[in-house]
Design a protein. Structure first.
Ligand code: SF4
Length: 370
């Protein structure tokens, strides 16, 4: 605890902040503009908003959000399929709470529940397995949404269902893996980003190596980052140093949690049950090798196969710019609907719904900043 508190000490933060500002001036002089750094993790987005870091650093650098919120990047087609599942009379859909209010084409899961669909919020995939055991007359479907951090826990829950030969449990897998979408992001010639704040939780599973291409192929620095203000400031400092040195690297600034090689056990259980497939991301379209589908031998537990879902018909809601936001093209305030037609009470897009969504974070912590 003593060690963790050190990462929150105001005095250290102030001193480092002053050094970051000095360095950012030197970088701005070099670039002819302020540097732009992107965080690719919803928890970072919230931490940067909540602690006021974006505001403190504005004028010296821009901190921009990318595709780091798993609920937000879930494709509109997947949302429609989930809603179709909720409409099947014998199905109980189980999900993390953030998914409930994501607007679909005509309704959200919450609205479907109000119309009589069986939709239940769970705190872990293991709860969904327990529910299937307790209610053998219902088909229990767990909506798998999340990155490399979440997929291993879903795999463990599935292993229990397989062990118990539960015939009434299945998973709708919309899991995603992060490095492939970062490659697509970096291939965008209009992407104006000078470095990345990498997701500490995801890297705790993957390790550093899957992100090395950011420096190796695209010549940009990136730092694996923790979630305290000092973690984020330290990473920004490292990014600035690397820009000045002209030697971009992918480094680990979160060594108290992230091992160089990540978590082999978590990857092993994930790979036992899931295989990489092409997947659709909101704002990006199909990204090769970026999704996780149940392996063929576990096909019986795949809700999309079990319920023969038809191809979804969907449109993104009029005016919704979540896709542009997730690709780093705009900030929440640049969406004309922000805090007007789109609010947490009446969300138009998922970025205003999820607790890790950039629009929700800006709305809660930054909407009164100039
Ligand atoms: S304000 Fe609403 S519609 Fe606009 S980008 Fe944010 S969530 Fe999407």
């Amino acid at each position: 605890m003593k060690r963790l508190n050190r990462w929150r000490e105001a005095d250290i933060n102030r001193k480092l902040l002053a050094r970051v500002i000095v360095l950012s001036r030197a970088v701005a002089e070099r670039l002819g503009r302020v540097p732009v750094f992107m965080e690719v993790c919803g928890t970072h987005t919230v931490a940067i908003s909540r602690t006021g870091l974006r505001n403190l650093l504005s004028g010296h650098m821009e901190l921009r959000s990318g595709p780091g919120c798993p609920v937000c990047v879930t494709d509109a087609g997947d949302i429609e399929q989930m809603i179709m599942l909720a409409r099947v009379p014998e199905v109980t859909v189980t999900t993390f709470g953030d998914m409930m209010r994501v607007p679909g084409h005509a309704a959200s899961l919450e609205e479907e529940r109000a119309r009589g669909a069986q939709v239940q919020v769970v705190y872990s995939p293991a709860d969904a397995v327990e529910l299937a055991e307790a209610q053998p007359d219902r088909q229990v479907v767990f909506l798998g949404v999340g990155f490399e951090t979440t997929a291993p826990t879903v795999a463990v829950a599935l292993s229990r269902a397989v062990e118990k030969k539960l015939p009434n449990f299945s998973i709708y897998s919309a899991h995603k893996i992060v490095p492939p979408v970062m490659r697509v992001l970096l291939q965008d010639p209009d992407l104006a980003v000078d470095g990345f704040i990498l997701p500490g939780h995801v890297c705790a599973v993957t390790g550093r190596a899957p992100f090395d291409f950011i420096a190796g192929e695209f010549g940009l620095p990136a730092v694996i980052t923790g979630f305290e203000p000092l973690d984020i400031l330290s990473s920004v400092y490292r990014l600035l140093e690397q820009i000045l040195s002209g030697e971009p690297l992918v480094t680990n600034g979160y060594t108290r949690v992230v091992r160089e090689t990540g978590n082999r056990e978590a990857r092993a259980v994930m790979n036992r049950y899931f295989k990489p497939v092409d997947a659709s991301w909101r704002g990006f379209g199909t990204v090769p090798g970026s999704g996780l589908q149940l392996r063929d031998r576990f096909r019986d537990y795949d809700a999309a196969c079990r319920f023969h879902l038809p191809a979804p018909v969907y449109t993104v809601r009029a005016g919704c710019r979540c896709g542009d936001l997730l690709r780093g093209k705009i900030t929440p305030r640049q969406c004309p609907l922000f805090a007007a037609a789109c609010t947490p009470a009446r969300p138009v897009g998922p970025c205003m719904v999820s607790s890790e969504g950039a629009c929700a974070a800006y709305y809660q912590y930054e909407r009164n900043n100039s």
